[in-house]
Design a protein around this ligand. Sequence first.
Ligand code: FAD
Length: 422
Amino acid sequence: MQGRSTEIAVIGAGPAGAHLASRLAAEGRDVVLFDPKGAWEKPCGGGVPTRAIREFAFILENSIYPRKLVRRITLISPLDRRVTLNLEEPFAVFSREVLNRLVLDRAVEAGAEFVREGVIGFSRGREDWVLSTSGGKKFRAKFLVGADGAASPARRRLVGIFPKQDLALAFGYNVTVDHSQTAYGLNGDAASQHEPVADEVVIRFPREFTGYLWAFPRPGVMNFGVASKLGERTSDELREILMEFVRGYYGGRMPGSERMNFFGAKIPTLDVASWKDLKTTGERWALIGDAAGFADPITGEGIYYAFKSADLLADSLIGSIKIRDRRNGSCACDVSPREYERATASYDVAWRNAFGRDLEHASFRLPHFYHGQFFGRIFTDAMIFLARHHRGVRTILSRALVGEQSYLTLRRDLLRRAWRVF
Ligand SMILES: Cc1cc2nc3c(=O)[nH]c(=O)nc-3n(C[C@H](O)[C@H](O)[C@H](O)COP(=O)(O)OP(=O)(O)OC[C@H]3O[C@@H](n4cnc5c(N)ncnc54)[C@H](O)[C@@H]3O)c2cc1C
């Protein structure tokens, strides 16, 4: 069979796949990256947490990729209690088309080959994978990476799809900013009115709901969304809750339909039992990002984990494999299966240590976070109540919201601070 031969084939050019491709290509590895959509407006809030900005400094390095830096978050509890947090370090909000372009540009600049076609099938030969694309091309690769998102066809082939309990459903609207229209920031009264598209995030926790609503300001757009455990509410119910939220944000009037783009998608939010045997690697393959199941089960935030898992796999593929053959500008052509085995084993240990245990604990805490009690109040309401009165609690909450607070110590840290309030 003819077709281009490469060392590593990466399916999906989102943050996970494109970042992996740029890391490997920068080391001189031969990488082909596939995505039928290129850089596109993936359904997403586009919130890039502070931790991601700190660890992956390139995200903010180049101002040709516009984004908003957010320093204020208003939280609204199920009992309508509010608190506004001022963050010491901002987080960023991007249009996903822009963020995806940023990572894809870097991959191509580093030397990865980008093929703007979908992978429609692959099979494993004795030494190579054989991939077929939507454009009728064939590729051979020694190592295969699935970075193709929550609905990952690669995952489906290699491990099986995520069961219902491992997914959340999210809907949203991107609303083009109309500077003549006032945003009321969900307070609805003139006294609390703020400027249209203030650089402030709003998060509302509805009653008896495993999830939340958000309003994220982006350059030129307000991004609204709702996410909840799959199967808990019907799609119609979620859309109704979302519309009420958007209406409230604009003081009771929906923006014109010509300004609103609707989107919907699933997010992996693994059940606590699913972390134990989560399979992310096998013989000459690995999964990263959403395809692996790496998103925060409580917040649905997955962009950091997409970058981080790509980074850890890149470290493993670079660190475990000694390059012997650099002829013809490419390298690692004679990597042995044992070396790939070492690399995948190292990646499995690395992601569990870096964030796996924390996310597993978040899955364990999820029912309590949304439905439990703290000092006799609904947990989220208690957090907001305490945050209004105590700087220490505000700090912990701010850290949790920007991805800087470990779930393993969240309850302990909150309790320590809360005792000083009561
Ligand atoms: C509504 C919503 C809001 C969200 N908001 C946030 C947020 O504010 N902050 C945050 O951190 N996370 C958020 N997330 C999660 C975040 O979007 C994901 O965790 C993140 O995009 C994962 O990156 P990834 O590269 O793993 O996958 P993706 O970004 O999904 O990229 C996968 C890529 O694979 C491509 N692909 C699919 N099939 C194939 C194929 N057969 N061949 C080739 N390519 C293929 C797709 O076109 C896509 O470009 C949100 C998710 C949703 C659904």
